[in-house]
Design a protein around this ligand. Structure first.
Ligand code: NOJ
Length: 761
């Protein structure tokens, strides 16, 4: 009896010991469970709060809140001296749970690379890896642990300003880039000191807002969702992304932030998501205006039940969760699940092992976080030149000679802030090489460069005010107060004295930004007036476009002898543009998004479904699908882009005409550089499922290869297709490859292709 009592007592002791001794750090689940077991309800709720750090916020108050365990992480504070005191405060909190520090590092941190739409135009995964790694290294050195990137929202309506932040209209290309960026940002693991955690956004379908108007609703069939819009998020998560940011929009009537189907059934159950789900800025509060929550209390309840772990810029989780728990409307298990996911992300970022893993010691702080020595200029120049797309080049106007006199005009020719594009992290305009500076350096001592502004970005006072209102710091766009005619006269005078005119026109970066949707895709009228006047001089006219979305430039195409699409090309943009204009680099970029002729054609994307009466040119009124006021089809198709070389494709072969399941099929094609200079091109492979249980796209990108060829050089490329490449989600959402005919198309853009067929048995 005594013995057994003793045994019982010993058992109890060891159980208590088990409950209180910290499990080894290597055992993630046990470590987190143990920590959870020690946390009070308030400490748990604190972990779910993500706070934006603005310049004017009372830092001391924030540190007190952190030390009291009431904040889980911050975003927007981005140097070690700023973040260390906050981490110190966390280390003074009862359980010493580390904070994490996040930021929107989308296309660079200090060194700014081209905007995402430009990165996509490289079709070059090595270049994209370079961007991701460089961004991570710079952001980690800024003491950041997490980025709200990549943004993989498919965008097929260029009126949407955030088109600039994504990788275009195509599911396959976007998925590939998303995966590549996640791997590059996170490196060997998100726990490494020079890695940051990737948070994929905006889950889901934000790019499909109705009318391209930001924050609008999304309504979409399930097959379209599964086939076209969801795969890039899935691919990025499968590549190891640490979490998702939830979209601001509703989907088929349910705001994503309250959508239990999206967040729990699809993301967690079907996809096996184990990361952290973070709301967008203020999105939980917005559930009230969406009309699905009566008040803040209901909004917080809906969000946590939907599986939103962290509340960005939180007030509601902090205010409402205590009461909701007390009343039992939110269960302890629901709270614990959210906290577990936040702690899991912190664990994966290596913060439990070392809360200062990226902050470092005070003695390693940089002297100047904004210094020139922080920049990776060579990488930025290399990637920027790869992102430029040559749209037109009549009579070989380009490349230009570094001789004679060149007139450089246009409101974007000398615009340091615009080089950086939207969401340019901590990129500084004073580091930008503008087009003017790039051309000056390239022509120095060789050619005469005349500069005139020529016009302002816009002549519309209301638009001017709107764009400046968007900016947080200095004026976003500056206006030359002289009358438009005077600006034009000055430019025309420069043009008349020159051998060639280079006009840098398009959008200011704020025009392709969050909350900057447009009703037209045209270049503003004052700039068009400038182009008209320049054309009238009879001098060869090169348009250098800067913009964050496709523009409808049918009229400009008629005026210009050459057009170079440069997006917003980043810190080294001006040098990269000069490299291409003078032929020091042969352009190889290809559009990742269709350029429509006019806004009225939207949505216009290459991989639309087959229809019963496709447009066939013929007699007017022939009852085929068309707009009768202008030519049909795109101005520039997806996948399009010229080079200073010519590339020819041989006829291609398929290894089989009948494919058994489980077997691969090879397509072989030879590409030859028939031009006079070395260059790169992208050979693209598309597939069409000719007859299926549902209408399928007329073509879908399934593979591509970017190849560099010397003049006269030819290379045979082999593409492999598997049953998986032929699968789609059918009406019952089964992922199937249906038997029957498939067409394989190969080309150097999506429109001009050769075709062969095979039968899937
Ligand atoms: C709002 C934007 O929608 C989102 O993309 C961004 O990450 C957050 N603000 C944080 O800056």
């Amino acid at each position: 009896m005594k013995l057994s009592l003793l045994g019982l007592a010993m058992g109890l002791v060891s159980q208590v010991a088990l409950a209180t001794s910290t499990p080894p750090l290597q055992d993630k689940a046990a470590f987190i469970d143990h920590l959870l077991g020690q946390m009070s309800v308030d400490e748990k709720i604190g972990q779910l709060r993500l706070i934006s750090i603005g310049p004017d916020m009372p830092r001391e108050k924030i540190r007190e809140e952190i030390a009291a365990g009431r904040i889980g992480g911050t975003f927007n504070s981005r140097t070690a001296p700023e973040n260390r005191p906050m981490q110190d405060a966390a280390m003074r909190s009862r359980l010493k749970i580390p904070m994490f520090f996040a930021y929107d590092t989308l296309h660079g941190e200090r060194t700014i690379f081209p905007i995402s739409l430009g990165l996509a135009a490289t079709w070059d995964m090595d270049a994209i890896t370079q961007v991701g790694r460089t961004s991570a290294i710079e952001a980690a050195a800024d003491s950041l642990d997490m980025t709200f990137a990549p943004m993989v929202d498919i965008a097929r309506d260029p009126r949407w300003g955030r088109t600039s932040e994504g990788f275009g209209e195509d599911t396959y290309l976007t998925s590939k880039i998303g995966q590549t960026l996640v791997r590059a940002l996170q490196g060997k693991s998100a726990a490494e000191p020079d890695s940051i955690m990737a948070i994929v956004k905006h889950f889901a379908l934000y790019g499909a807002v109705e009318g391209g108007r930001d924050y609008n609703t999304v309504d979409m069939s399930l097959p379209k969702m599964y086939n076209d819009y969801l795969p890039p998020y899935r691919a990025s998560l499968d590549a190891g992304a640490g979490g998702v940011m939830v979209a601001l929009n509703s989907i088929n009537g349910v705001p994503a932030t309250a959508d239990t189907w999206l967040m729990n059934d699809l993301l967690r159950k079907q996809w096996g998501f184990k990361g952290v789900a973070i709301s967008d800025h203020g999105a939980i509060q917005e559930l009230i205006r969406h009309g699905v929550a009566r008040d803040g209390r209901e909004a917080a309840k809906l969000a946590i039940k939907a599986g939103i772990d962290m509340s960005m810029n939180d007030t509601l989780y902090g205010q409402e969760l205590p009461g909701l728990l007390k009343s039992g409307e939110v269960t302890q298990a629901e709270l614990d699940q959210a906290v577990r996911e936040v702690l899991g992300a912190k664990y994966d970022m290596g913060l439990f092992k070392d809360p200062y893993v990226r902050i470092g010691k005070p003695e390693t702080d940089l002297k100047d976080y904004y210094g020139e020595d922080r920049l990776h200029r060579d990488a930025a120049r290399d990637v920027a030149r790869r992102s430029l797309v040559l749209l037109e080049n009549r009579q070989q106007t380009l490349p230009l000679k570094k001789a004679g006199t060149i007139a450089l005009v246009g409101p974007l020719a000398d615009a340091p802030i615009d080089m950086l594009g939207s969401w340019a992290a901590d990129g500084r305009p004073e580091h930008s090489v503008t087009v003017r500076e790039g051309l000056r350096r390239a022509t120095d001592g060789k050619a005469r460069l005349l500069y005139a502004r020529g016009s302002n970005i816009t002549g519309d006072k209301a638009i001017f005010d709107y764009l400046n209102f968007l900016n947080f710091a200095a004026p976003e766009i500056v206006d030359d107060p002289r009358p438009p005619a005077v600006l034009i006269d000055e430019a025309v005078k420069a043009a008349r004295q020159s051998d060639v005119v280079v006009a840098v026109v398009g959008e200011s970066r704020g025009m392709s930004h969050e909350s900057s949707s447009r009703t037209t895709l045209e270049i503003p009228a004052v700039q068009r007036e400038l182009i008209k006047a320049l054309k009238a001089t009879g001098k060869p006219l090169v348009l250098v476009l800067m913009n964050g979305r496709p523009l409808s430039i049918g009229w400009e195409r008629e005026q210009a002898d050459a057009i170079l699409e440069t997006w917003f090309s980043g810190t080294e943009g001006g040098n990269a543009i000069a490299d291409v204009l003078f032929g020091d680099y042969n352009p190889s970029g290809k559009l990742a998004i269709t350029f429509p002729r006019s806004v009225g054609q939207i949505p216009m994307y290459y991989n639309h479904l087959s229809i019963g009466r496709p447009f066939t040119p013929g007699k007017p009124g022939n009852y085929t699908s068309q707009y009768f006021e202008e030519p049909n089809g795109p101005l520039y198709p997806f996948g399009y882009g010229l080079s200073y070389s010519d590339f020819e494709l041989s006829d291609f072969t398929l290894s089989k005409t009948a494919l058994k399941r489980g077997e691969p099929l090879q397509a072989e094609v030879t590409v030859k550089n028939t031009g006079k200079v070395e260059g790169e091109t992208v050979v693209q492979l598309y597939v069409q499922d000719v007859s299926a249980s549902m209408s399928r796209p007329v073509k879908e990108l399934k593979n591509f290869q970017k190849v560099a060829l010397k003049p006269g050089e030819a290379r045979t490329l082999s593409f492999r297709l598997d049953e998986d490449d032929l699968k789609f989600y059918n009406g019952q959402l089964q992922h199937v490859a249906e038997p029957g005919q498939f067409n394989v198309q190969i080309g150097l853009d999506s429109q001009n292709v050769q075709q062969q067929s095979f039968e899937l048995l």
